[in-house]
Design a binder for this molecule. Structure first.
Ligand SMILES: NC(=O)c1ccc[n+]([C@@H]2O[C@H](COP(=O)([O-])OP(=O)(O)OC[C@H]3O[C@@H](n4cnc5c(N)ncnc54)[C@H](OP(=O)(O)O)[C@@H]3O)[C@@H](O)[C@H]2O)c1
Length: 265
C-alpha cells in the first residue's frame, strides 16, 4: 500500500512518523510533499526512507490514500492542483482539515465521467505524534471495507472511531481542542503543588501519574467517573471539601462551557 501526505507540518509530519512505525506501511511506502523544505527535512531526519518531495502532483501518483494535511483555507487550491492526477476509482482522499465539510470536499473533488470520489474526513489530535491520538473519522461514498481499513490504520496511532459527520465538530471539541484543556488542568494542578511547596518538575510528575492512574481505573473498572470519585470522598473528609470548593469556583461548568465555545457551528 502507498500513502501520500500533502503537508508535512505538525499533523502531516506526525502522521507520517506514526505510520512509519505502524504495521500497515513500510517507511518507503509513505510519500510526503510540502512546499516547505524545512518540514520535509524534519521528516527525512526522522526516517530517511520516507519519500519527500516538493511536488504534490508527483507524490500522489499511485497512492492508495491521499491525505490532505494543510491548513483548511489551502484545501481548495490543493484540490484543483491535483485534481487531474487523481484516480477516483483507486484512490481514497482523506482530509484532516478542520471545518472543511464533506459537502465542500465534494465541490472541490467533483464527480467526473460518472465516477464519484471516495472521501474521508478525520480529526486527530496532536498525540498522534506519540501514537496516542483520538481520531474521529467520517466518510462519503466509501465501502464498509474502506471504512474499516481507515479505522484500522489510525487505531495503530491511538484510538480511531467512525462517527457521523454531524458530530465530528463535537468530537473535535472533546479531543482535538480537549487535549489543550487537559494540559491546562496539568498546569493548574502543578501550580497548586508548587504553592504547597513541591518543586514544579516533581509536582508535574505527580499530576501526570495521578491522571494516568485515574484513566487506568476507569478503563479497568468500566465505571462512570463519579463512582470513582465516591470512593475517594470520605464524608466530612478533605477531598469533598476540595471538590466542593472547585465546583463553587465553576470547575465542571467552565469545562462544559469551554467545550461548547470551541464547537465549530
Ligand atoms: N493541530 C491540531 O491539533 C489539528 C487537529 C486536527 C486537525 N488539524 C488540521 O490539520 C491541518 C494541518 O494543520 P497543521 O497544524 O499540521 O498545519 P501546519 O503545521 O501549518 O502544516 C501544514 C504544512 O503544509 C505546508 N503547505 C502549505 N501550502 C502547501 C502546498 N500548497 N502544498 C504542500 N504543502 C503546503 C505548510 O508549509 P508552510 O509552513 O510553509 O506554510 C506546512 O508545512 C489543518 O487543516 C488543521 O485544521 C489540526
Amino acid at each position: 500500500m502507498k500513502i501520500s501526505i500533502i503537508g508535512a507540518g505538525n499533523m502531516g509530519g506526525a502522521i507520517a512518523r506514526g505510520l512509519s512505525k505502524s504495521s500497515h506501511f513500510a517507511a518507503n511506502e509513505i510519500y510526503v510533499s510540502d512546499i516547505n523544505e524545512k518540514s520535509l527535512q524534519n521528516i527525512k531526519n526522522f526516517n530517511a526512507e520516507i519519500h519527500c518531495s516538493t511536488s504534490n502532483r508527483e507524490s500522489i501518483q499511485g497512492a492508495d490514500i491521499v491525505v490532505l494535511a494543510v491548513k483548511p483555507w489551502l484545501v481548495e487550491g490543493i484540490a484543483s492542483e491535483i485534481l487531474d492526477k487523481l484516480d477516483y476509482e483507486n484512490q481514497i482522499i482523506l482530509s484532516i482539515a478542520a471545518g472543511v465539510s464533506l459537502e465542500k470536499l465534494r465541490t472541490y473533488f467533483p464527480a467526473r465521467n460518472a465516477q464519484v470520489p471516495i472521501l474521508f474526513r478525520m480529526i486527530p489530535n496532536t498525540a498522534i505524534d506519540v501514537l496516542e491520538s483520538f481520531s474521529c473519522i467520517t466518510s462519503y461514498n466509501a465501502s464498509a471495507d474502506q471504512e474499516e481499513l481507515l479505522v484500522n490504520i489510525f487505531n495503530e496511532l491511538g484510538k480511531a472511531m467512525l462517527v457521523p459527520e454531524s458530530q465530528l465538530n463535537a468530537f473535535m471539541s472533546l479531543s482535538s481542542c480537549g487535549i489543550a484543556y487537559a494540559f491546562r488542568y496539568i498546569r493548574a494542578a502543578t501550580e497548586g503543588g508548587v504553592e504547597m511547596g513541591i518543586y514544579p518538575n516533581i509536582a508535574k510528575e505527580v499530576v501526570m501519574q495521578t491522571l494516568k492512574g485515574a484513566i487506568a481505573l476507569l478503563e479497568a473498572n468500566g465505571t462512570n467517573p463519579e463512582v470513582e470519585v465516591d470512593k475517594v470522598t470520605t464524608p466530612g473528609g478533605v477531598t469533598i471539601k476540595g471538590l466542593n470548593e472547585m465546583e463553587n469556583a465553576g470547575f465542571s461548568s467552565s469545562i462544559i462551557r469551554g467545550l461548547k465555545a470551541s464547537l465549530i457551528e
